[in-house]
Design a binder for this molecule. Structure first.
Ligand SMILES: Cc1cc2nc3c(=O)[nH]c(=O)nc-3n(C[C@H](O)[C@H](O)[C@H](O)COP(=O)(O)OP(=O)(O)OC[C@H]3O[C@@H](n4cnc5c(N)ncnc54)[C@H](O)[C@@H]3O)c2cc1C
Length: 539
């Protein structure tokens, strides 16, 4: 039979490349923020995560969604999900790389920066498993508050081992922890929680109520909030009780989510479920915020990873696909779009790693305060930009970008999530205002961070002057998004300018230039697209 046509001008799949070396701005940020010693390790992980095997694993974990098993065949309650082996392989990797609980043992300066860089890298491959990874990591400081949980809970949580078996703790070698705050009547305003906690003897409390969102219900324990006699309090809710019985946490139904398909989220009810108090009665919000401050930073890192992952796909496509006589990447308007995307990714990676560096200096008051400021800023701005950036990369791939079996559909569905959970956009901006109002040195700390590269680029100097002026006035709640955006972009510039070069120069020029609202809509000379693309390795 004669062939109807030959397949041509379709790019080869992007696989078997080094994800870390494909991201020069991330590599520069790793060195700049105090973890140059992790370079070799990141290069090795970059090879692994760029392999066809890992790309396929990420796909499989999402294609084969977790299956709810409410009962066994004899009618006994199970209240669990069965996950695909690919999900367990992801968690095994995350645990072994110390992204899911074990990093707190790492005393090297730059340990948090290393972790944030690896977190970004993994987010390019699979995001659902990053939910239990960040929860388990961020629960460590909370568990450390309660001596009763030190052994075996805290010890096993910090073990670099994934043990996905649904068994009592005595039989396990590694743990996952989740978080249960949101109820039907409110997630941002936790004071509205109606779940009740009453003393049940021997220090335990009995929890009765529900949670409207409860991700990874199989986790070995969840940190939850409930109303005790003295107000909203934080509790450690184990999946199995010390005597080996299943705790009374009943799954009602599975959340049918837009994306995040590798991960299971459910609605649950507590039927006098037993839980251990953490942080003191009435201190629920203050206690759980400690955990959220870590998970929020991971949300930003995850989103930075999603964006860079799809940017790599867009770049790859534009190099291989020809239209109107040359590769797309050589078409000036496409080069402008790609260069603007490259600068977005560079700025976000830089800000994430700067924020992570604050975690590496817990004894430094200025860094601690900066962490309180950079966390909501990075979470707000970076997560908020993700759907826009992913949608633009989808268009770079043309029709292929919109097709399920292509590389953009899954990150597109995932892209809004980090902005919603762990405190949605407005909540982050209000948190920023709260820190500015409560901490007398907050403005000073922000300004000195912005001024670190003062005198290097006039556009940045002008922006810092504007911000200083703005910060002299009392912030207006309705303008909190505007302030957060100004600060986040200026902070990204200040990070990039600490490694002067084409990217820092183009970032400052293009962010100050006359520009429209779409990516790539920048007055052309400000962007220097060809140079930017060469600087991110796409020469
Ligand atoms: C896939 C998925 C998994 C999840 N898993 C979990 C989980 O495991 N555990 C858990 O506890 N939760 C989980 N959540 C819930 C999530 O954290 C909440 O949905 C989120 O915190 C927002 O709460 P809400 O849905 O009640 O919205 P609301 O609190 O009603 O907020 C709605 C909107 O109003 C805005 N808003 C709120 N207050 C103000 C204000 N004062 N001024 C201006 N704007 C305001 C918010 O920014 C938001 O945009 C999950 C959510 C999703 C989508």
């Amino acid at each position: 039979m004669p062939a109807t046509h030959e397949v041509s001008n379709q790019p080869p799949p992007l696989r078997d490349f080094n994800r870390f070396l494909a991201n020069p701005p991330l590599r520069a940020a790793l060195a700049r923020e105090g973890a140059p010693w992790a370079d070799e390790e990141l290069i090795a992980r970059g090879v692994e995560l760029g392999s066809g095997e890992w790309i396929e694993r990420g796909e499989t974990a999402n294609r084969n969604r977790p299956r709810l098993r409410l009962f066994d065949r004899f009618g006994h309650r199970l209240d669990r999900f069965d996950f695909d082996p690919a999900w367990h392989a992801c968690l095994d990797w995350l645990k072994r790389q110390c992204l899911a609980g074990a990093a707190w043992h790492d005393a090297r300066t730059g340990a948090a920066v290393r972790r944030a860089a690896l977190f970004q890298l993994f987010a390019e491959v699979e995001c659902g498993s990053l939910c239990p990874a960040t929860m388990s990591h961020s629960a460590v400081p909370l568990l450390a508050l309660s001596p009763a949980l030190a052994d075996p809970w805290l010890r096993l949580l910090q073990a670099p081992v994934h043990d996905g078996r649904d068994l009592p703790i005595a039989q396990k070698s590694g743990l996952l922890i989740g978080m249960g705050l949101t109820e039907k009547q409110g997630g941002s305003d936790l004071r509205a929680n109606t779940t009740r906690a009453v003393p049940a003897g021997d220090g335990w409390y009995a929890l009765t109520g529900h949670k409207w969102f409860f991700s990874v219900p199989n986790s070995d324990a969840h940190l939850v909030t409930a109303q005790a006699a003295d107000g909203l309090s934080c509790f450690f809710l184990p999946r199995f009780l010390p005597d080996g019985r299943r705790n009374a946490v009943r799954i009602q139904r599975t959340k049918d989510k837009l994306g995040d398909h590798a991960n299971a989220s459910a609605e649950v009810e507590f039927d006098a479920a037993l839980a251990w108090p953490i942080g003191g009665e009435g201190r629920g919000i203050a206690t759980i915020i400690e955990m959220a401050n870590h998970t929020r930073l991971d949300c930003a890192s995850g989103s930075a990873g999603i964006m860079h992952g799809v940017f790599s796909e867009a770049l790859h496509h534009a190099r291989h696909r020809h239209a109107f006589g040359k590769p797309l990447i050589e078409q000036p308007l496409m080069a402008a779009v790609l260069a603007d995307l490259a600068l977005e990714c560079a700025g976000h990676s830089a800000l994430c790693l700067r924020a992570a560096a604050t975690v590496d200096h817990p004894g430094d008051g200025g860094e601690r305060l900066l962490k309180r400021l950079l966390t909501p800023l990075a979470k707000y701005w970076i997560c908020k930009r993700t759907p826009t950036v992913v949608a633009e990369t989808m268009e770079v791939l043309g029709g292929n970008g919109y097709i399920e079996e292509g590389p953009i559909a899954r990150p597109f569905r995932q892209s809004p999530l980090n902005s919603i959970w762990e405190g949605a956009g407005n909540v982050m901006c209000l948190d920023l205002l709260r820190v500015l109002a409560r901490e007398p040195h907050a403005r000073e700390v922000l300004i000195s961070e912005l001024e670190r590269p003062l005198g290097i680029h006039p556009a940045h100097d002008r922006q810092v002057a504007r911000i200083k002026d703005q910060l002299r006035r009392e912030p207006v709640e309705a303008q909190a998004r505007w302030l957060a955006e100004e600060l986040a972009v200026a902070l990204e510039a200040s990070c990039l300018l600490r490694t002067p070069g084409v990217l820092a120069e183009a970032f400052c020029n293009s962010r100050e230039a006359a520009r429209g609202q779409c990516l790539g809509a920048v007055a052309a000379p400000a962007l220097a697209a060809g140079e930017v693309l060469r600087a991110v390795g796409a020469g």
